[in-house]
Design a binder for this molecule. Structure first.
Ligand code: FE2
Ligand code: FE2
Length: 484
């Protein structure tokens, strides 16, 4: 099924068959465009960008490449195809048919229905809020793009995060009545980093001022998105499962941009280390590349703030979301337990007498920690790939993930100061050494000083290597963005 782009809101959900919903979304649309113009990618009104647009949801349809004028990008509502006779496969409703509407319609316990609806709405709003937040965080990066290729990738991610917002707003409008419409409006009112009306989650209020931050963000924080979406793709609420499944196809590219972006920074730095036969940060800075210790500090910051996104290590909400069939585990089907988990336990870390100690707790309460640990394994694979890249250049590999208790603000581990190696340290030691562990003002100023706009086709800024290949088989010197 190909999507009809002559419709005002392109979709594969038969929007025309529900006039009230269509009207409501058509009223939200100009507000979305207003938001995009106000806090979306700055200065892109005349840009003609080689973008990927979904023209269908099956096989290769979703990846159609062509030039699009940025303001004319067509955001739409696309759900992955429905699975036949899908059943809820975890929690207390396991085995029942997946819900095609908000769960609870035909159940007698009204209070429980209201709680479940509220929880579902909260899950959707929390996910939805991250999408416009990242666009706001990345608003000014176009001005300092290291190449046309990178500029195009930035805009690709921005328009897709805009579409992910559409995906969540569709669910709010379609299934949550007046409350849903109010939440959809509020998604356009909160602002990343705003003192009075910030975005919901911490990492989405941090600035993304330079391209090293952008690559770390897309590597780690979009990867948090992958794990959240994977858990929601298991949902017993089928429309949520289908919409997140389609979002995941787009998310893969965002993580690729981060993973490959950092890798290219590493490549360039190691090349200069070899040329100058030095690992002295000062000499490397003078040569205009980002030394590996600075890179490690950026990694530490982005990784630790992203770990907090998974929430408290013990959470009764997480247990409720799972029990009521709203949010599953990552790859739920791969677990060989009963998928209800009432007797299962899981190991978390506790602080005892100033030390970190493992403790087993009911798994249902530790589902945030379980998902965080899945994320940590995936992140470790990323660091291993980076270290391989370093090794290939003949430089000693040295990047690592800091301990999961390092620099935490949420959960049990936020009560202690922990070094990147996992040693509990005093406040005095933390204060004395934090400049070794987290980016300093000086680091940020230095990285900012490297950021200059390079938009000549085939040219790249001096602090980053070219990519291994172009977009959609195009060459490096392809005109990925045309300026009007
Ligand atoms: Fe997204
Ligand atoms: Fe993303």
């Amino acid at each position: 099924m190909t999507i009809d782009y002559t419709e005002r809101i392109p979709n594969n959900v038969n929007l025309a068959g529900d006039r009230a919903l269509q009207r409501a979304l058509e009223q939200w649309q100009p507000d979305f465009v207003g938001w995009w113009n106000e806090v979306g990618p700055a200065g892109t009104q005349d840009h003609d960008v080689y973008l990927r647009t979904a023209i269908g949801v099956e096989s290769d349809d979703w990846a159609h490449f062509d030039y699009v004028k940025m303001p004319d990008y067509r955001w739409g509502i696309f759900l992955a195809p429905a699975a036949k006779e899908r059943r809820i496969h975890f929690g207390d409703h396991m085995g029942e048919a997946a819900w095609q509407d908000v769960p609870g319609e035909h159940r007698a316990n009204l209070r429980r229905i209201i709680v479940t609806q509220g929880n579902l709405r909260r899950i959707i709003v929390t996910q939805g809020d991250t999408e416009p937040a990242s666009v706001e965080q990345q608003r000014h990066l176009g001005r300092t793009a290291p190449s046309l290729y990178d500029l195009r990738n930035l805009f690709q991610i921005n328009v897709e995060e805009g579409r992910h917002l559409w995906a969540m707003v569709y669910l709010l409008h379609r299934y949550f009545g007046r409350d849903g419409r109010e939440e959809a409006a509020a998604l356009l009112e909160r602002r990343s980093g705003d003192a009075d009306n910030p975005r919901i989650l911490g990492a989405f209020n941090e600035p993304t001022p330079d391209w090293l931050s952008f690559f770390m963000f897309t590597h780690f924080t979009d990867r948090d998105g992958k794990f959240q979406l994977k858990a929601l793709a298991e949902s017993g609420f089928d429309p949520l499962a289908r919409t997140t499944r389609f979002m995941l196809t787009e998310e893969a590219h965002h993580m690729f941009v981060g993973d490959a972006g950092v890798s290219r920074v590493i490549q360039r730095t190691c090349q200069v280390m070899n040329e100058l036969a030095t690992d002295d940060p000062e000499k490397l800075c003078a040569a205009g590349v980002i030394d590996l210790a600075t890179l490690q500090r950026y990694l530490n910051a982005h990784y630790s703030v992203t770990l907090d996104l998974f929430g408290a290590d013990q959470s009764s909400n997480a247990a409720t979301f799972y029990g009521s069939g709203l949010k599953g585990r990552f790859d739920e089907a791969k677990f060989e337990d009963d998928h209800r988990l009432h007797g299962e336990t899981y190991e978390i870390l506790e602080v005892k007498d100033g030390r970190l100690e493992p403790r087993r707790v009911p798994m249902l309460n530790a589902l945030n920690e379980l998902l965080r640990d899945d994320f940590i394994r995936d992140s470790q694979n990323g660091v291993d790939r980076w270290n391989k890249r370093i090794e290939k250049t003949g430089v000693r590999p040295r990047l690592f993930l800091p301990h999961k208790a390092f620099n935490r603000r949420i959960g049990t581990l936020s009560a202690v100061k922990v070094s990147p190696e996992g040693r509990v340290v005093s406040d005095a030691e933390w204060n004395a050494r934090v400049t070794e562990w987290l980016p300093t003002e000086g680091d940020r100023a230095f990285v900012a000083s490297l950021m200059g706009r390079v938009v000549e086709p085939g040219k790249f800024a001096g602090w980053i290597a070219p990519p291994a290949s172009g977009i959609n088989g195009q060459a490096f010197d392809f005109q990925y963005v045309r300026f009007g």
